[in-house]
Design a protein around this ligand. Structure first.
Ligand code: NAD
Length: 357
């Protein structure tokens, strides 16, 4: 029995619809496992701009810092997508949230449900059994180094760099996670060419001494990109820098088929934020057809990572699996063979998940 404060931050578009299902699932877990989850809500993104003029109001930030975990939806609105000159934008809320909460590690589990093997562009026999957890460093690297152009505007540069402490803290998180999985860490760098990658590798080797029970493998990023498609099953936990992680996690998301199925976590030294990888999807907002599974799986990640509730987390994943096995689909993961009556809307598929927890 544990008492926890969870902040629900639905944001915009389908963010509202899918986090509502995520919250119901958390409620069900609390009831079933005898925990007490206390909820509050906060504004972010377009919804916050409309209400306050600010994409991340101080009040929301204060609530985030005070909570034990945040279940987040998505931000975005077509109004801004078509107006790159807008000074106040929904995504500013997201970036500020990450910065203010010091969320330096982005975790993206690539979990494949057998029933959806056919939805991937990779052959089922190569994919079956793949289960990968990415740790992408989120606050350093070439994105945050000095950048500029020469006076003639004929040359531009972006400096890529890592501090030892930045590599060390995310590597520790990756090794800790590996201990709860298959005890394998792959560190991805480009140490044959880049000095900052050599520092990365040295630091990872140093940290690894504290985890003799975990197997460590190094791969260059080009080889890792190839192996991900050739043999995804050999991956367990992957730890990598911001740029390589950006590219590899998008590549890996295709292994799992649909955006509506993928959850992510951003964690640091304070409150963790759990969210689907998809955006606010205004093309389907208000139609009640959004797939809530990414949000539901984000809730599972929240329980596992922020609260250490492994069994509860697995109960959610098993329920999603059972719903898929029973043949239920949302529109995004249905195919030509799915009977019409098995294609459900957001709330109805949410109910099917609840029933199976
Ligand atoms: P998107 O992820 O919102 O949608 C891409 C496509 O996938 C759309 O056709 C959408 O209908 C579909 N889709 C996404 N999630 C789905 C779900 N759960 N169920 C069924 N179908 C789903 O990306 P986009 O269209 O490029 O961007 C829309 C808005 O979202 C933009 O304003 C963008 O800036 C924002 N965005 C926000 C985040 C975030 O908050 N983390 C991430 C990406 C994009």
């Amino acid at each position: 029995m544990a008492k926890k404060n969870i902040l629900i931050v639905p944001g915009d578009g389908i963010g509202q619809e899918v986090t509502a299902v995520g919250k119901k699932v958390l409620d069900k877990i609390a009831e079933k496992f005898g925990h007490e989850f206390v909820y509050d809500e906060a504004l972010i993104g377009h919804a916050a701009i409309e209400a306050t003029g600010n994409p991340l109001p101080e009040e929301s930030l204060t609530k985030m810092k005070a909570s034990d975990a945040v279940l987040f939806g998505a931000v975005g609105h077509p109004k801004y997508d078509n107006d790159p000159t807008a000074k106040v934008r929904p995504e500013q809320g997201l970036l500020k949230m990450r910065k203010e909460l010091g969320l330096y590690a982005n975790l993206r589990p690539i979990k494949l449900f057998d029933e959806l093997l056919e939805a991937s562009s990779i052959k089922p026999e190569i994919l079956r059994g793949a289960d990968i957890l990415f740790f992408r460093e989120l606050t350093g690297d070439i994105y945050f180094g000095e950048k500029g152009r020469n006076e003639e505007n004929t040359y531009a540069y972006d400096i890529a760099g890592y501090h030892r402490y930045e590599v060390e803290r995310i590597t520790r998180k990756a090794f800790e996670a590996a201990r709860t999985r298959r005890r394998k860490v792959m560190s991805v760098d480009k140490a044959n060419v880049l000095e900052n990658s050599r520092l990365w590798r040295e630091t990872v080797l140093e940290v690894a001494k504290d985890y003799p029970d975990v197997e460590l493998e190094h791969q260059f990023v080009d080889a890792a990109a190839m192996l991900l498609i050739k043999d995804p099953k050999r991956f367990d936990v992957v730890v990598t820098g911001n740029l390589f992680g950006d590219i590899l996690t998008d590549e890996a998301s295709q292994i799992a088929g649909s955006m509506g199925m993928l959850a992510s976590a951003s964690v640091g030294d304070s409150t963790g934020v759990y969210e689907p990888i998809h955006g606010s999807a205004h093309d389907i907002t208000g139609k009640g057809v959004a797939n809530p599974m990414a949000s539901v799986l984000s809730a599972a990640l929240l329980l596992d990572i922020s609260f250490g509730m492994k069994e509860e987390s697995e109960a959610i994943i098993a329920a999603v699996d059972a719903v898929l096995k029973a043949g239920f689909r949302t529109g995004d993961i249905a195919d030509a063979n799915t009977p019409k009556n098995m294609i459900l809307g957001t709330d109805a598929i949410g109910e099917e998940i609840l029933k199976r927890i």
